[in-house]
Design a protein around this ligand. Structure first.
Ligand code: SF4
Length: 314
């Protein structure tokens, strides 16, 4: 077996599936099971289905805007949702946000187009340039602020606007267990209690299309394997800005810890959920309409308009 950081190992050699004796593709530390490709796919999809079910994430007659960047997480999200929801009265529409990152986003957009068209799912693309007048590359040129700050704010804004245009009931994103653990840990490390509490599950709020994260219990390594087994192509190159964020260091730290102490990613997330339930569950922040763009926000002006004003003033 090949040692890998994460809660699962890629199986090799003579390890066989716990169910059918075929060659195992993966060994799960959390369950002690060895799974061949076929049983792994079944297990993956049944865990995603169980997350949907437990949290009542998707109901019949809903239209779901699935955020598909073309990376492995969102490709696995679209593939698994399509499989799980086939036969149900639920409509999926894939939405790709083109931030305008030269030498990176074009490849992932092709991958998003290919996975959506392979499944016969409508696919729309919304770009920062069309929505806000600038590519991300232009926004961050010569700035000391981390590109991910601009990217995250404008991407959320663009997705929400597009989801409303598409009359979507919900937006599904490909955040996985690793992302969730990193976000909790980053906020602990920054001592950012407010942001940490904002990460609590949200109740529905006017103007904000409700967001769901069906892959939030799935480790990144299993997501990559799922894409491989399903034959989904995704570019392996990382965003050129990824290393400039605190998240990159936290990701490396969490991977190292997980290889030493299997289960720490899961316990980081479940520990936070314990704190959330002690703190009274879902957040109920009242939102107002931004006086510039009308999008929901906490104060008088949303973060996207605040950042845009900064860009225009230069
Ligand atoms: Fe955007 Fe940062 Fe992700 Fe790159 S790494 S796509 S800049 S959030």
């Amino acid at each position: 077996m090949t040692e890998e950081p994460g809660s699962a190992k890629v199986a090799s050699g003579g390890v066989v599936c716990s169910f059918c004796r075929r060659r195992a593709a993966i060994s799960q530390k959390s369950t002690g099971l060895h799974l061949c490709q076929e049983h792994f796919v079944q297990d993956f999809e049944s865990r995603v289905a169980s997350t949907l079910e437990k949290n009542g994430m998707i109901r019949d007659c809903e239209r779901i805007a699935v955020a598909v960047s073309g990376g492995k997480d969102s490709s696995a999200l679209l593939l698994s949702l399509h499989k799980i929801l086939t036969g149900r009265d639920v409509e999926l529409v894939a939405v790709t946000v083109d931030e305008g990152i030269a030498g990176y986003r074009d490849d992932t957009i092709s991958a998003a187009r290919s996975v959506a068209s392979g499944l016969g799912i409508e696919h729309v693309i919304v770009s920062f340039r069309e929505e806000f007048g600038y590519d991300l590359d232009e926004m961050v040129r010569g700035k000391s602020v981390a590109p991910c700050t601009y990217c995250g704010v404008f991407r959320k804004n663009a997705l929400n606007r597009m989801a409303k245009l598409l009359h979507a009931d919900k937006v599904a994103t490909g955040h996985n267990l690793d992302d969730e653990a990193q976000t909790v840990m980053m906020n602990y490390l920054k001592g950012d209690y407010e942001r940490l509490m904002r990460f609590r599950p949200k109740s529905a709020r006017a103007g904000l299309v409700f967001r769901i994260k069906p892959l939030r219990q799935m480790p990144e390594k299993e997501i990559a394997l799922y894409c491989m087994v399903k034959g989904a192509f995704f570019p392996s190159r990382e965003c050129p800005y990824a290393d400039l964020s605190l998240r990159a260091d936290v990701r490396d730290m969490m991977n190292r810890l997980e290889s030493l102490f299997p289960g720490v990613k899961q316990s980081t997330v479940s520990g936070f959920e314990g704190i959330v339930s002690q703190a009274g569950g879902a957040t109920k922040v009242e939102l107002a309409a931004c006086r510039e763009c009308g999008e929901p926000c906490v104060g008088q002006i949303c973060k996207a308009c605040e950042l845009l004003a900064g860009l225009k003033s230069i």
